[in-house]
Design a protein around this ligand. Structure first.
Ligand code: PLP
Length: 226
């Protein structure tokens, strides 16, 4: 077994245990492998070991890997900050975008989504910890943004995403994820996705209803940069 296959097995076991602890069906929790900074060969190994969904943060790097891996039936998720002048390749080359935080970006993604492709799956990124440096819309901006995005023809609003302030305290982790779940419930839209939880806090996220956990380090090892 490759190290990556072993890591996938370990993360899978963590997900199953966390699901069991909160009496959730683990089939409702997707494992999104975050492959930023990692080579195409690592993605190939992860796919051989059973993964299909991959998350990338840097557009140019993602496009190069997609080209190298075009023989595989992979599902690509864009999860990084989006510059509004870079939306076209995202609209053309991804299946999901988890990091939409303003209407201008959503409008451009909808307008630039190729007609032959299905609607682009969207999560709105919300800043639940209130840190000035992090991307994401504020909880106050969310309802109007969500409603506007549901009106865009080539997008399908699936749910919310967050990257909370890092914490080792389980209660603090869980409070941030609970906040996202609560914001989603209050929108009263037909949404099925909560993208939350990373290598160090996936258990807390699953306890609060995560449907995608975005896992990099625990699958592929430490990153050399970013
Ligand atoms: C890098 C990254 C992850 C993965 O983080 P790990 O701690 O390595 O699991 C998840 N989500 C986003 C948005 C990221 O940028």
């Amino acid at each position: 077994m490759s190290t990556i296959a072993e890591n996938i097995a370990k993360v899978g076991a963590r997900i199953r245990e966390a699901a069991q602890a909160s009496e959730r069906d683990c089939a409702t929790i997707g494992l999104l492998a975050v492959s930023k900074t990692k080579p195409a060969t690592a993605i190939r190994q992860a796919h051989a070991a059973g993964l299909q969904d991959f998350g990338e943060n840097y557009l140019q790097e993602a496009l190069e890997k997609q080209l190298e891996l075009s023989d595989l039936p992979l599902i690509w998720h864009f999860i990084g900050p989006i510059q509004s002048n870079k939306t076209r390749p995202i609209a053309e080359h991804f299946d999901w975008v988890h990091s939409v935080d303003r209407l201008k970006v959503a409008e451009r993604l909808s307008a630039q989504r190729p007609a032959q492709l299905p609607a682009l799956n969207i999560c709105l990124q919300v800043n639940v910890s209130g840190e000035a440096s992090k991307s994401g819309c504020s909880p106050e901006q969310l309802p109007a943004l969500a409603l506007a995005v549901t009106q865009l023809p080539n997008l399908k609003l699936r749910g919310l995403m967050t990257i909370p302030e890092p914490s080792d305290d389980r209660a603090t982790q869980q409070a941030a994820f609970a906040r996202l779940a609560e914001l989603q419930a209050h929108l009263n839209l037909d949404l099925d996705t909560l993208s939350m939880g990373m290598s160090h806090d996936l258990e807390a996220a699953i306890a609060e209803g995560a449907t995608w956990v975005r896992i990099g380090t625990a699958l592929f090892g430490e990153r050399d940069y970013s």
